[in-house]
Write a protein that binds this ligand. Structure first.
Ligand SMILES: NC(=O)c1ccc[n+]([C@@H]2O[C@H](COP(=O)([O-])OP(=O)(O)OC[C@H]3O[C@@H](n4cnc5c(N)ncnc54)[C@H](OP(=O)(O)O)[C@@H]3O)[C@@H](O)[C@H]2O)c1
Length: 283
């Protein structure tokens, strides 16, 4: 039983009915955060269009509509947008979540890998968002959640282009917040810290690593293993979607990453922070 003695299942049924008409697009719904968001939003009654580069990585479930999307390809983005327009007509929420990382030193990062990171983290999400805007504008009010990263504010060593890409997506979101005329579309910059997912397994390594680089990678992998699970991100997403007021930028993660680190950023000189980051990663 829950509040006022109403059984939880009955409350959920009511919520499912209320949310049934709400159409949501989630990019990168085949694993990690995107998959967890899709599952939890489906449970709450929403209708979800979820993307992957491969159809066989997406579930077959009622109210889930699989879409093929490769953010590196303009053609794939246009085809995905056409399919969503044809099937959904309009959408209330877009969660720009898909992304990946390439590990490598800034001084020798291969330019092709740099281009790839820019396409997946910035150009692709921007182009896809542009295609989705007319569908979002068909609603009286709509929400766009851009999944950036705390790395936008705290660059991760050996993940320079990833951190740059997330910072660019974060600034892009701020530009949209400022330019958005009547607030018909809310743009939210959601910045996760370390959250357990398949991100590290999918991460490409740009070249053979030396001992120092290997130990940085090990530290990154250890952090991911002890990170909170995706539930805290899905809970934040539900609050953004179903709550009324929400800050335009929100950090989600463990206590240090989501609360203490952003305060340090305001109070502590950058040189001290850089020293702390170097120490933390054993550089
Ligand atoms: N986990 C963390 O600690 C963390 C922290 C901060 C920010 N983030 C951000 O959260 C988002 C989700 O990451 P995750 O941790 O859930 O990682 P994940 O488990 O590796 O999931 C990444 C998702 O993105 C999709 N994707 C990857 N490359 C793509 C491309 N070129 N085109 C289209 N889709 C692509 C993948 O789909 P397919 O491979 O099936 O195509 C997959 O569904 C990313 O933007 C990531 O940067 C994660």
């Amino acid at each position: 039983m829950t509040n006022q003695g109403v059984p939880a299942r009955l409350l959920l049924n009511r919520m499912e009915i209320l949310n049934a008409s709400k159409k949501i697009v989630i990019t990168g719904a085949s694993s990690g955060l995107g998959k967890a968001m899709a599952e939890s939003l489906l449970e709450r009654g929403y209708e979800v269009w979820g993307t992957s580069r491969r159809l066989d990585r997406l579930p077959q479930r009622p109210r889930f509509h699989p879409v093929v999307l490769d953010l590196e390809s303009d053609c794939s983005i246009a085809e995905a947008a056409e399919q969503i327009e044809r099937e959904a007509g309009s959408i209330a929420i877009l969660i720009n979540n898909a992304g990946n990382g390439v590990f490598g030193a800034m001084e020798s990062f291969p330019i092709e890998a740099w281009d790839q990171q820019w396409r997946v983290l910035v150009r692709g999400p921007y182009f896809f968002l542009r295609q989705m805007l007319p569908l979002l504008r068909k609603n009286k009010s709509a929400t766009v959640i851009q999944v950036t990263s705390l790395a936008a504010r705290f660059p991760i060593p050996m993940m320079g282009p990833y951190s740059m890409g997330k910072a660019a997506l974060s600034t892009l979101t701020q530009s949209l917040q400022i330019e958005s005329e009547n607030g018909q579309i809310r743009f939210i910059d959601l910045q996760p810290g370390d959250i357990q997912s398949d991100f590290n397994q999918a991460m490409a390594i740009s070249e053979a690593l030396n001992q120092r680089e290997k130990s940085i990678l090990e530290k990154i992998e250890a952090d991911m293993r002890s990170a909170p699970d995706s539930k805290i991100v899905t809970e934040a997403v539900i609050q953004i979607i179903e709550g009324k007021d929400y800050p335009p930028r929100i950090a989600v993660g463990d206590l240090f990453q989501s609360k203490i680190a952003p305060i340090l950023l305001r109070l502590v000189p950058r040189s001290w922070l850089n020293w702390g980051i170097r120490k933390y990663y054993g550089i």
